[in-house]
Ligand binder design. Structure first.
Ligand code: PA5
Length: 430
């Protein structure tokens, strides 16, 4: 099974020939990535992670198993690229028939992605005196949000683990040398995993940053890596533009951008995919939004947001294009029951599965949006599983790198992120 990309609903706005020609003309950007000759080329370690991370699988699964056996809850602390990939995969896989049994086996909670007093108070109150583990993730090891959460949760752990060492409940994932988290891990003796120097946060889901939380949540990281590996073979290792989905996607979005489509909306019809869109927003936003350029990435959960954003998408400024994550088969089965009285007038769909109704909603919405002037790229995903998520995430990563090079920016830095930190530190008197 594999994901594929469909441009049928774009053809009133660009031709397939334009997309293919642009992809052909963009092969040199793929070459620059592979040969490490483009800007930001010291951050290309993620390219070979599908191969390199194979060697980590057994070790990570062992650590995950030991964390699961010693506590029912693991709190993953991190922000941006240090949590979004793991959360995207874990939440996508969670809406299955085994969702509740997985949760019973082990609960994963995220913290450190905000500085909200209410959020952290609620989390500490929920944990109460339960045993729990912490996986604290920060590449720089100095990011304020996760550092605050770690200080709070470490204190809680010290209170909860009355006797003995709290260290077996803490795993740090950070740089091999730099940063406060590295210093703490070394001086306190926490078990730690390394984030390779040449992998930036938003490209790190195939390192322990993504793999350990996914494994702790009970999902199959070997299949996840296999999926990424397959996608690498048809994108990274494929100089045939016509059959390279990453080249085609990067090219289509750049063509839309040059035609005034300044916003890309990543749309799903499965709420479990919400965090894939959050991860994607960070990947594309941080990689492309610089030097006064870049497509603004936003997302919508449909059909939910058809009752909020739907009006704008249909009739507002014509600066949008849409990319739909189109999941073909659900992991469960649910049919709309017949009702003798039919007071709700729903018997015309009685006996149909919800997925069929959802598919017709998707089809009808795409038709309406295209008619309203919004081109739609479709990414067909046969079902939600580890392998296909591995394909999807690697596809978006390599397409993003190509897209950044087409745009003429360094897709691997994020200088603008520092501005708010400078002001916050100065206001806090750091
Ligand atoms: O993609 C990135 O590099 C960023 O979004 C970082 O992941 C984020 O700022 C967190 O940084 P760190 O892992 O250093 O705490």
């Amino acid at each position: 099974m594999k994901i594929d990309i469909d441009f049928t609903n774009c053809l009133g706005f660009v031709t397939m020939k334009e997309i293919r020609d642009k992809a052909e003309r963009s092969i040199h950007h793929l070459d620059a990535i592979i040969n490490r000759t483009g800007t930001g080329n010291d951050f290309l370690g993620w390219l070979s992670l599908p191969e390199e991370s194979q060697g980590l699988i057994d070790n990570i699964n062992k650590t995950a198993e030991s964390l699961r056996s010693q506590a029912g809850i693991t709190v993953i602390i991190g922000i941006g690229g240090s949590y979004l990939g793991a959360r995207a995969v874990i939440e996508s896989l969670s809406y299955t028939a085994s969702f509740f049994s997985n949760k019973v086996k082990h609960e994963v909670i995220f913290a450190g992605q905000n500085i909200s007093e209410d959020y952290h108070s609620a989390l500490l109150a929920y944990i109460d005196s339960k045993p729990f583990n912490i996986i604290v993730i920060s590449k720089s090891g100095t990011t304020t949000e996760p550092a605050i959460a770690f200080r709070l949760l470490k204190k809680k752990l010290e209170d909860n683990v009355a006797t003995g060492n709290i260290n077996k409940h803490i795993i740090a994932i950070t740089d091999s040398e730099k940063g406060a988290l590295r210093t703490m891990a070394d001086s306190e003796g926490y078990e730690s995993y390394l984030i390779p120097d040449d992998v930036g946060g938003r490209y790190s889901v195939l390192t322990p940053v993504g793999l350990l939380p996914i494994a702790v949540a009970g999902f199959n990281i070997s299949d996840f890596i296999k999926g990424a590996s397959y996608m690498a073979s048809i994108t990274r290792d494929n100089r045939n533009a016509e059959s390279n989905p990453a080249l085609l996607y990067a090219s289509a979005r750049n063509l839309f951008y040059t035609k005034g489509k300044l916003i890309e909306m990543l749309v799903n019809y499965e709420p479990s995919m919400h965090y894939v869109a959050e991860w994607w927003k960070q990947l594309y936003g941080e990689s492309e939004g610089k030097e006064g350029k870049g497509i603004f990435p936003c997302a919508a959960d449909l059909t939910t947001d058809l009752h909020s954003l739907g009006q704008y998408i249909q009739e507002g400024e014509r600066i949008l294009f849409e990319t739909v994550l189109s999941v073909k088969s659900p992991g469960t089965e649910l049919t709309i029951p017949d009702d003798e009285e039919n007071l709700d007038k729903l018997n015309y769909i009685a006996g149909k599965r919800l997925s069929e109704v959802n598919a017709r909603a998707e089809e009808g919405t795409i038709m309406a949006h295209v008619e309203g002037g919004v081109p739609v790229i479709k990414i067909n995903i046969p079902e939600i599983n580890e392998t296909l998520l591995g394909q999807l995430l690697y596809f978006f990563e390599i397409a993003c790198a190509i897209s950044g090079y087409i745009l003429g920016v360094n897709p691997f830095d994020q200088p603008g992120v520092e501005a708010y930190k400078r002001n916050m530190f100065s206001l806090l008197g750091k």
